[in-house]
Design a protein around this ligand. Structure first.
Ligand code: SF4
Length: 387
């Protein structure tokens, strides 16, 4: 008989499983606490469960961790794990420590089908959705591994915040995502507040509405462009759900959101979306229309994209235009640069089972405006510049 991985279940799911074994809900709660709060995977350890139940569980169930393929630690304390999820696929998870928090960046898919132009994951294509258990296993491993590694006192947490910003578009793996979020939020699980769990999306509008109804957590939207023409090119999903529809869904989401703003992520790409004019367009787009915060990301574009990170002074100037116009704006500190763990760099290993990779590689080059050697503005694209 195939063993059931208990990391696949939120508490209701585990209660239903226990019921099939003839056990009451409170047994499921005890089991859930052992797994998620204590990090136990050996049923023999679970001392307050009846011996008969422990034996029953050992015959039909397991707590299945992911296989660690590699671990890299940055000089700034960031840690990146590569987890083998079978079939030639591996996904990445990143721990980012700060003075007042520990954030875990979690993957939701092996690869990604959205194909954002600058993103390393996007350039690898798409293999498959992760299961709930594979999403939860990233947090389960990181929390309990780090508690030991960092020598934390009893009751102290290693992970205080989770961001679904690793590999994949979480809202394109909705049915696995929502139970995983419930495990994170459950007081018998990780007990994270809704404000400390963030789903980041490239803008899957119908699923933003469903998330609001099913499990509202903090929402970050990868905007990356202040107009449809440019966003169609950078984030191809925009052709299906253009900016006006996306912003309308953000406003609907705010009715239930645990924070009173949406975070707009904006990867700063040299000569592509980072001019003062783009900043003014962004002000016009969001100010007085959506309660939001803009987070400018000095992003590391995928090498295949031919794009570059905006210079620091351009990012600062862009931020100033937004701030002067009253738009709350932050510049994200880049972390884990030396281990390719920063935004845009997560790649893992993906067997592309779609034609996403091929579509990206045959896409027309984007127009890039960079200052020419004489100080004038030069417009060119990757292929022209090679000629
Ligand atoms: S940025 Fe996000 S949505 Fe876009 S391709 Fe990368 S992983 Fe997918």
């Amino acid at each position: 008989m195939k063993s059931v991985n208990l990391l696949e279940f939120d508490l209701d799911g585990l209660a239903a499983f226990c019921e099939q074994l003839g056990e009451k809900r409170f047994r499921a709660t005890q089991l859930f606490r052992w797994i998620h709060q204590k990090g136990a995977s050996d049923f023999a350890q679970m001392s307050d469960l009846a011996k008969s139940l422990r034996e029953k569980l050992a015959g039909v169930a397991e707590v299945k961790p992911l296989t660690i393929a590699s671990e890299q630690a940055s000089t700034d304390g960031t840690i990146k794990w590569l987890f083998d999820v079978g079939g030639g696929d591996a996904v990445e998870t990143v721990f980012i420590p700060e003075d007042d928090r520990g954030t875990l960046c979690v993957s939701s898919q092996a690869g990604c089908a959205v194909g954002c132009r600058f993103c390393s994951t996007g350039h690898q294509g798409f293999s498959r959705n992760l299961t709930t258990g594979e999403i939860v296993a990233q947090l389960w491993f990181a929390e309990h591994h780090l508690r030991k590694r960092l020598n934390l006192a009893d009751g102290e947490r290693a992970i205080t915040n989770v961001v679904m910003m690793g590999m994949g578009e979480p809202l394109q793996n909705y049915s696995a995502l929502v139970p995983a979020l419930r495990v994170m939020l459950d007081d018998h699980g990780y007990g994270l507040s809704r404000r400390r769990v963030t789903v980041s999306t490239s803008g899957v509008v119908p699923m933003i509405d469903r998330l609001r109804d099913d499990c509202p957590v903090a929402l970050a939207v990868s905007l990356h462009a202040p107009n449809d023409l440019l966003r169609d090119d950078l984030v191809p999903l925009n052709r299906k759900y253009p900016i006006a529809e996306l912003l309308a869904s953000c406003n609907r989401y705010l009715d239930a959101a645990p924070r009173d703003f949406i975070t707009f992520e904006y990867c700063m790409l040299d000569g592509v979306n980072d001019t003062p004019e783009h900043a003014r367009q962004l002000v016009h787009l969001v100010r007085d229309r959506v309660s939001c915060k803009c987070n400018l990301i000095p992003c590391n574009p995928s090498p295949e994209s031919g794009l570059r990170r905006s210079p620091r002074e351009r990012v600062t100037a862009f931020a100033r235009v937004l701030q002067d116009a009253g738009v709350v704006t932050t510049i994200r500190k880049t972390r884990g640069d030396d281990i390719d763990a920063a935004c845009g760099q997560l790649a893992g290993e993906v067997q592309d089972r779609t034609r996403v990779k091929e579509r990206i590689s045959t896409r027309a080059p984007i127009r890039i405006h960079r200052e020419g050697p004489q100080g004038g503005s030069d417009t060119y694209n990757k292929q022209e510049s090679k000629a």
